[in-house]
Write a protein that binds this ligand. Structure first.
Ligand code: ADP
Length: 533
C-alpha cells in the first residue's frame, strides 16, 4: 500500500505533521511562559528552552527538505523518535514522572501508528518506553533531577485536568483523521475497481486473471464463454471442450497460445473460433488469460489455403499436360514417318534402319510418359486411405528401396537404423519415399557415399545424407513444388519430393530437405511411432 501512495499525498501528510509540531512547540512555549511567570516555579526553563530550540530547528529542517524533495521519509520514524526525545526533555524539566503531562507520551506512538504503520510503531514505542523509564528514574535519583512539579494552587489542579483533557481531545482528533483516511482509501479503491471492471467488461475479448489455479478476476465475456466464476478453479479451455487444437498442451498447466472453439451464447448459437493468449503478470503465480475471437481470420486463412491448393493443383495439371505434350508430339511425328515409310511399298534397307530408330524412340518416349504417369499415380494413391495390410519393418522398406535405386552398387549406402529398423509401417509408401530420396542423393553425388541413419525418440526420425554440392539456392526455394527440377530434360520430373512429401504427410509425418552443415544435403523423414503391439 505504502509503495502506491502518491507523492502529493505524502507531501500533504508532511505539511500536516509540521503544522502539528508548530502547535506543540507553541503549547510548550506557553507552558514555559507560565512557568517563568512563577505559576510552576520548579520547572527548569533552560532545559525546556533547549527542547523548544531543538524542535524549532528540526521543524524548519523538515519543512525545507519537504519543499526541496516534495516528500520525506515515508515512515516518519526519524521525526517520531526525535519528538519523543524533545518530549522527554520537556517532561524531565517539569519534574519527570510527577508531571501530569507524562501522558503526552501517547502522542508520538499514535502519530507513528497513523503515519508510518507497524514499521514505525516499534522504534517509536521503544523510544517512549525508554523515555518513561527515564522519567521515573529522574524522580527517584536526585542526581538525575533537573526540575520539580510543584505548581501553585489552584494551577496544580487546572494543569492536571488540562493535561488529561488535551490527551483525550488529541486522541479523538487522531482517531477521526485515521477513520477519514480509511474511508477515503476505501472509496478510491471502490472507484478504481468499478473503473477497472467497466474497462474489462467493455473489452471485445474475454479476460481472466488467475492466481495459482484460481480465477481472481473475470469479465462478462469470459463468464459467458465458460460459465466459471471468480473464486473457482481455472480450467484450460482446450481441456474443457477437448478442442484446444494448437499452441501447447493444457496438461502442462497454461499453454501460451491456444485455439479452441466455443459457442459464445452458451451452446445455442453457431460455434466460433477463439484464441487464448496467456500473459504473465508481474506478481508471482499470477497470469492473465485473454480470449480473442478469431473466427473470421481463421476461416479466411482456411479459404486462402484452399485457394492456394487449388492454384497448385491447376499448376500441376498444366505441368502434366506440358510434360506429356512433348513426348506425345514426338510419338505422333515418328508414327506418321513410320506409316509413310511403310505406305510407299517394300521397305529399302536404309529406310528400315530409320524405321527401327523411330520405333525405338517411340518406345523411349512412351517410357517417359509412363514415368510421369507413374509418379502421378503414386501421388494419387496417397489420396486414398492407406491399406491396413501391407506393413513391414522400416529396415525392409529401406533395403528394398536401395535395391531398386542401386541394384549393382548397394555398398554405397551405409545404413544404421538403430531402434527404428523393426518399427512396422506401410511398405509401399515408405519404399516410394526412400526410392525418391536415394535417387536424389545418388544424382547429387554420383558414386559418392550415402548414409541412412535412424533415431527413435518420441517419434521416428530417418535421415538420408549425401556428400554432394547441397541445395541449389533456387531449388531450396521451390523444393516440394510439383514439376520443379534442376535436372536435365529426361532425367528429372520434379515430382519426387512433391510425391514423397505428400506420402510422408499421409503417414502423419514430415519431410524436410536442408543443407548439411558439413556439406551435402540432408533429407529428414519424421514419422509418428507406430502403436505398440
Ligand atoms: P527431380 O529429382 O525429378 O528433379 P525432385 O522433386 O525429387 O525432382 O527434386 C527436386 C529438386 O530438388 C531437384 O531437381 C534438385 O534440384 C533438388 N534436390 C533434391 N534432392 C537433392 C539433393 N540430395 N541434393 C541437392 N539437390 C537436391
Amino acid at each position: 500500500m505504502t509503495a502506491l501512495t502518491p507523492r502529493v499525498e505524502r507531501y500533504a501528510r508532511l505539511q500536516w505533521l509540521i503544522r502539528l509540531r508548530w502547535l506543540a512547540l507553541a503549547g510548550v512555549s506557553l507552558g514555559a511562559g507560565l512557568a517563568a511567570a512563577g505559576l510552576v516555579p520548579g520547572v527548569n526553563i533552560e532545559v525546556v528552552a533547549a527542547a523548544v530550540a531543538v524542535g524549532v530547528l528540526t521543524n524548519l529542517f523538515f519543512a525545507w527538505r519537504g519543499r526541496q524533495r516534495g516528500e520525506t521519509d515515508d515512515r516518519h520514524v526519524g521525526q517520531a523518535v526525535l519528538d519523543t526525545g524533545a518530549l522527554t526533555l520537556v517532561i524531565w524539566a517539569a519534574g519527570g514522572a510527577d508531571c501530569p503531562f507524562l501522558v503526552f507520551y501517547v502522542f508520538p506512538v499514535l502519530l507513528a501508528a497513523l503515519l508510518g504503520g507497524r514499521a514505525a510503531l516499534w522504534p517509536t514505542g521503544a523510544a517512549c518506553a525508554v523515555g518513561i523509564a527515564f522519567q521515573f528514574a529522574a524522580v527517584r535519583a536526585d542526581w538525575l533531577r533537573v526540575g520539580t512539579w510543584d505548581p501553585i494552587a489552584p494551577y496544580d489542579r487546572a494543569l492536571a485536568i488540562g493535561a488529561l483533557a488535551l490527551t483525550v481531545g488529541m486522541a479523538a482528533y487522531f482517531a477521526t483523521r485515521l477513520s477519514d483516511a480509511l474511508r477515503r482509501q476505501m472509496t478510491a479503491r471502490q472507484a478504481a475497481d468499478a473503473m477497472l471492471r467497466l474497462a474489462f467488461d467493455g473489452l471485445d475479448a474475454g479476460v481472466e486473471v488467475i492466481e495459482g489455479d484460481t480465477i481472481t478476476l473475470q469479465n462478462h465475456r469470459a463468464a459467458r464463454l465458460f460459465g466459471g466464476r471468480i473464486g473457482e478453479r481455472w480450467r484450460c479451455p482446450g481441456r474443457r471442450d477437448g478442442r484446444c487444437v494448437s499452441g501447447g498442451a493444457c496438461e502442462g498447466g497454461m499453454p501460451e497460445r491456444c485455439q479452441f472453439t466455443r459457442a459464445d451464447d452458451g451452446g445455442r448459437g453457431p460455434e466460433q473460433i477463439y484464441e487464448m493468449l496467456a500473459l504473465a503478470l508481474p506478481e508471482p503465480r499470477r497470469m492473465m488469460a485473454l480470449y480473442v475471437e478469431r473466427t473470421a481470420e481463421v476461416l479466411g486463412q482456411r479459404r486462402l489455403m484452399l485457394t492456394e491448393r487449388l492454384a497448385s493443383l491447376g499448376r500441376a495439371v498444366q505441368g502434366v499436360a506440358h510434360e506429356l505434350n512433348t513426348p506425345l508430339a514426338t510419338i505422333q511425328t515418328l508414327g506418321r514417318d513410320v506409316l509413310d515409310a511403310i505406305g510407299v511399298g517394300p521397305v529399302p534397307a536404309e529406310v528400315r534402319a530409320d524405321i527401327d530408330e523411330s520405333a525405338r524412340m517411340i518406345v523411349d518416349e512412351v517410357q517417359r510418359c509412363r514415368r510421369i504417369t507413374h509418379a502421378l499415380l503414386g501421388r494419387a494413391s496417397q489420396l486414398d486411405p492407406l491399406p491396413a495390410a501391407g506393413e513391414a519393418p522400416v529396415g525392409a522398406a529401406i533395403e528394398r528401396a536401395i535395391a531398386v535405386v542401386f541394384t549393382h552398387a548397394r555398398e554405397r549406402v551405409q545404413v544404421d537404423l538403430g531402434g527404428v529398423a523393426g518399427a512396422p509401417l506401410p511398405l509401399d509408401p515408405l519404399v516410394q519415399i526412400f526410392v525418391n530420396l536415394l535417387q536424389n542423393a545418388g544424382d547429387a553425388d554420383p558414386g559418392g557415399p550415402i548414409t541412412v541413419t535412424g533415431y527413435r525418440g518420441q517419434a521416428l526420425r530417418i535421415e538420408v545424407r549425401d556428400r554432394g554440392p547441397g541445395l541449389d539456392p533456387e531449388a531450396a526455394r521451390h523444393l516440394f513444388e510439383p514439376f520443379f527440377t534442376t535436372k536435365p530434360p529426361g532425367r528429372g520430373t520434379g515430382l519426387g519430393l512433391y510425391t514423397s512429401y505428400a506420402l510422408a504427410r499421409n503417414l502423419g509425418g514430415e519431410l524436410s530437405l536442408t543443407d548439411h552443415p558439413e556439406g551435402g544435403a540432408l533429407a529428414t523423414l519424421t514419422l509418428p511411432l507406430p502403436p505398440a503391439g
